[in-house]
Ligand binder design. Sequence first.
Ligand code: SF4
Length: 245
Amino acid sequence: MNDGRRLAYLEALGVDVYVRRSVPPAVAADEPPADPVEIPAAANGGPPALESTLDWDALRAAVAGCTRCVLSETRTQTVFGVGNPKARWMFIGEAPGAEEDKRGEPFVGRAGQLLTAMLKAIGFRREDVYIANVLKCRPPGNRDPRPDEAAHCRGYLERQIELVSPALVIAVGRIAAQNLLATDVPLARLRGQVHALGLRAWPLVVTYHPAYLLRSPAEKRKAWQDLLFARQVSERIERGERVLP
Ligand code: SF4
């Protein structure tokens, strides 16, 4: 898809496109603040989680039967992840919502449709990337994940990242970004730069959550800038250039 068609596509989505290709996204208003979610010891160099050696099938089965946290009592089903198991781009969101809980797939509600449309605009099909969440079970009432829930679930996500081995991780939304990077820095200040995720230093960039974009359509332009930045970083990685400081 050429840039003209991408822009036309985004305009049709209601994205007011204004693109400065060579300049990283500007610092801007952030999503509403909340307490950062702490990460577990394994991500900080502690002992590896039990699931760190599982293959896809065993990992999927472990998640499906997981009762490590209270969310197992209220979920309809676990929401493991979806997409190309060898994707170059891996998107990581916060947690399943009502629609995801019902269908067992991440990012399938209205927010998911927006993410899919934005992926298409940047030249990816949904099935080209891998999509997962920090939590595999829906928090009741879509409340924020609690630190202990994120900690219990972290090993599953870490193993998914290892198995996909993506060139680039895209943290979708403030909760995912702050959780993955173990920081309380506002999302607006995390945008437009490449971060190192975990001990393996996976390159990671951040963007807004599509659910937030649906509530604040004026921010869609910034999410588009984030995707362009991600593409730029990805191209540098493909050329073998160093992208981390
Ligand atoms: S959210 Fe994660 S840790 Fe909690 S029950 Fe679901 S799969 Fe297990």
